[in-house]
Design a protein around this ligand. Sequence first.
Ligand SMILES: [Zn+2]
Ligand SMILES: [Zn+2]
Length: 225
Amino acid sequence: MAYHIETGLIKEKFKTDCECPLCEIQKIVEDGLMHEFLNDAVMEDDSRILVAQKGFCAKHFDLMLKRPNKLSLALQVNTRTNAILKGLTFEPSIKKAKKLADAIDTAHKSCVICDFAEESMEKYYKTVAELFLCEPTFRDTLKNTKGFCLHHYAELLRYAGFSGKYAKEYLAALYKTQTENLKRLQGELKWFCDKHDYRNADKPLGSSETALQRTRTKLYGKKPE
Ligand SMILES: [Zn+2]
Ligand SMILES: [Zn+2]
């Protein structure tokens, strides 16, 4: 395996009953990064420089705000606002003001956590493909998942080349799992709708009760919490 990441986590999450095992992994990756940036990284110069340059996106700011380390967050955000203040130069020319506007618009979206998470997740996408190539039992594990959210499905397709000589089989397995599970979810949504017909009032709602919440995960990824 070319990428030394925890294959155990992949195998565990791919056996979890969920709409996207990669969202489960990404949550663990992001939680770890947020923990790091609110603890040891607060005092590290390299990390403070990165925080000054990129800061945090709104999603990760909100998630860290929910955590108890308010002092750490305040220190990090103070570092970032210092950098932002330096960038807010006075521009008397319209042309330069427009250029500055673009820079400001990028500034509030950049995020050190997102960037590190993306770097880690790339390794997971590659390793999933490699596991499919190297471990026959993992092929069944993948085929038995409930598919992926659209973003993670796209990423698996993007890195499918890492399944080497099994690429065709890997792509076929991904396609089959994804489409079958979208149809399964569609069926659950349909029953959710049909259940509102008075003739179905006595019938059980079953798994359709959570169909909308799970569709959220399927279409947009797991809701941040
Ligand atoms: Zn996902
Ligand atoms: Zn972020």
